[in-house]
Design a protein around this ligand. Structure first.
Ligand SMILES: Nc1ncnc2c1ncn2[C@@H]1O[C@H](COP(=O)(O)OP(=O)(O)OP(=O)(O)O)[C@@H](O)[C@H]1O
Ligand SMILES: [Mg+2]
Length: 320
């Protein structure tokens, strides 16, 4: 595993935000800077596309906290690796990965639902399975749960617990999804079938690498022909929980959430201060996950601001 001290020089060269010209209309997500090149604004393009630039911003509990050294790069590489692995299950939005921090993707008509698939009763956020189970909820997004389960216990079979894609993610069950017109019944059936297939494949591959894919979140959208397509990111430590087999040591964002709770984090209270040590530990975990899952050694880039490199690598994706 990469030594923490090797990561120290990167504390001051993190990518916090970008401001590129001629890349399209900018939308700032919590973690990614998105440049939209829609077909409507750019009829000269074969198809509408988006440039997804993963910054090093770290979000948790619906707010931003800090940057994590090399996070954008590590997450993009994990996601790109997985998109390649799952492309036989369903079409993906990937057009190109021109830089370690960047994916060029098809601009899809997004289904406004976060498709959360869970293998285990766990979690620490207000929409997580364990927090709701502990409150006494026994029907979780349409999934009946028996009494007497304990934290981190596997479900008999994975369950889907969707949330709406909005400012404040809200749990929703399939009946409401259809009633509110967020997806048709037929679309929702296809979405769940694909989500279970993606998750089963993800769990199998993770297991071969000594890891447990505990849960994850997918986003899907329709392409210009109406074909359901996998979007956003896939099986990253931001969108998923990973445990090291035979333990519940996690190599994902949950580690950071639990640390924040230990520091006294509560909604509505002044936030705890994030230390450099925890930023480094999280960076190390993300890199550890990259190496375990891909079987590749993570090659450290030079400890400099990646902006100039990204700009150069995106030159051919510019629009006027
Ligand atoms: N192929 C795609 N077509 C259209 N939109 C996409 C596509 N892939 C991803 N997106 C959207 O791009 C945005 C990516 O930004 P990001 O995930 O950083 O922000 P966010 O979703 O607003 O915040 P957070 O994920 O932290 O809640 C998301 O809104 C996601 O739904
Ligand atoms: Mg997102």
């Amino acid at each position: 595993m990469l030594d923490i001290d090797a990561l120290r020089p990167f504390l001051n060269t993190t990518l916090e935000s970008t401001d590129f010209k001629n890349l399209g209309q900018k939308y700032t997500g919590k973690v990614r800077d998105v440049y939209i090149q829609s077909k409507k604004c750019h009829p000269e393009l074969d198809e509408g596309r988006r440039i997804l630039i993963a910054t090093d911003r770290q979000s948790a509990f619906d707010r931003l906290w800090c940057t994590i050294p090399l996070k954008g790069q590590v997450l993009t590489q994990i996601s790109a690796w997985w998109f390649e692995k799952v492309k036989d299950i369903m079409p993906t939005h990937i057009l190109a990965v021109p830089d370690p921090n960047v994916m060029v993707v098809k601009d899809l008509h997004m289904i406004p639902i976060e498709i959360v698939v869970r293998g285990y009763l766990t979690g620490s956020t207000k929409t997580s399975a364990w927090v709701n189970y502990e409150k006494g909820i026994r029907n979780f997004c349409g999934n009946p749960l028996p009494d007497g389960m304990v934290k981190n216990q596997p479900f008999d079979a994975p369950i889907i617990t969707p949330t709406t894609k909005s400012e404040d993610d809200e749990l929703i069950d399939p009946t409401q999804i259809i009633e509110r017109g967020l997806a048709t019944k037929q679309q929702w059936e296809e979405i769940t079938e694909k989500a279970f297939a993606l998750f089963a494949h993800g769990q199998q591959i993770a297991a071969k690498h000594g890891l447990i894919l505990v849960d994850t979140k997918y986003e899907m959208g329709l392409d210009e022909h109406g074909i359901l397509t996998l979007a956003d990111e896939v099986h990253t430590p931001d969108s998923s929980r990973y445990w090291i087999q035979d333990t519940t040591d996690s190599l994902d964002k949950e580690f950071f959430r639990l640390w924040l709770k230990e520091q006294g984090f509560e909604y509505g209270k002044p936030p705890p201060k994030v230390t450099d040590e925890i930023r480094l530990e999280l960076a190390q975990k993300y890199i550890d996950l990259f190496e375990r899952i891909t079987g590749k050694t993570f090659v450290l880039p030079p400890p400099t601001d990646p902006t100039a490199r990204i700009k150069k690598n995106l030159a051919k994706w510019q629009v006027s």
